[in-house]
Design a protein. Sequence first.
Length: 400
Amino acid sequence: MNELQFVKEHASCYIYDEGQIRAQCRKLKESLAAFDFLYSIKTNPFPAVIECVGQVGFGADAASAQEVELSIQNGISPENIYYSTPGKTESDLAQCFEKCVLIADSLSEIAKIDEEAKRRQQVIKIGIRINPDFSMDSDSGVPSKFGMDIEQVEALELMLGACTSVRVSGIHIHIKSQVLNFEKLGRYYLKCFDIAKRISKLPNTSVEYINFGSGIGAVYDASLDAPVDLVRLSNMLDGMILENQNTLGARLYIETGRFVTSNAGTFYTRIVDIKHSKGKKYLIVQHGMNGFLRPALANLLQKNAGGADLPGQEPLYTSNHAFSFEVLNNASTREFVTIVGNLCTALDVLGENIEVKAAEIGDLIAVSNAGSYAYSLSPLMFSSHGLPSQFIRRADGKIE
């Protein structure tokens, strides 16, 4: 069965390309050889994708207890799973104890972990997440629900001094995703390293790893965006890498964010009706925003901004040009249409006044860049329609 026939039988569905995912992983490993990488499970938690990135040697950045479990179930070992999110409950911590590296997000969370370790009569190594005194774009920090303010370092020192069952073994900082400017990323990593050196002087602390978070952006439209220059980024960090080797000796991590999966996914949905209304042609598809939310959000924000491109509101919105639409037929003519879903809301619009091949009922539409923040971010239960399926295309072309 060829792929088009497979899609006809299984739409609405997502297909993720294993070969492209592995190729993106190789780019990171070859260009940034001094670093290790954590796959951001939240970007695409499909088990076959997690298994794929685990096989190339990546660890996991988990944002929930369930993502910790998913990582283990799909072949990632506990010492390579880093669990970082605000608001972990006592139940979360108990469930994940010894299944991952716990990253404390607050002073009170350090105390919770200390109590759980005492209960188990153990001493546990943890990481701490820091909210720095800078942003990706300036030398000033911003309030955040993530991490402990670096200005709270004295309170952190007192807390660590009072704890008997936790030892800090690393730090985590993350402040922005989807950055394409290598110089901006490089400056950010250098500042993070300075914080790591400062934290290493605290009691009960040795910085064995630094998680710089994500940041490396994916290219959504090659005609408008240039990819991050990974080689120049690496060269910019040579001094920091050498200093780390001579001082902390820490393992250096970067979270992959959507870099390895975004372009590797396609969403396919079927045109179930076509209608004309007051001079506008509508293609009504089987799953709109309840299959792939992000194009609908991009359309909504663009419409309300008068067509202007807005700063990214990640991960819900990246830009107005983040997705392309293709009608899968052999038509030689093209037309302008509005692609909508079948939900009972006027907001269910994937693309408005876009040019595609002339379509007929029953044709398929392919939507690009559906490998990250797609299936898992969409309101799949809206109106209780059936769910789209998910598949992976293996390197040999087999879809499973």
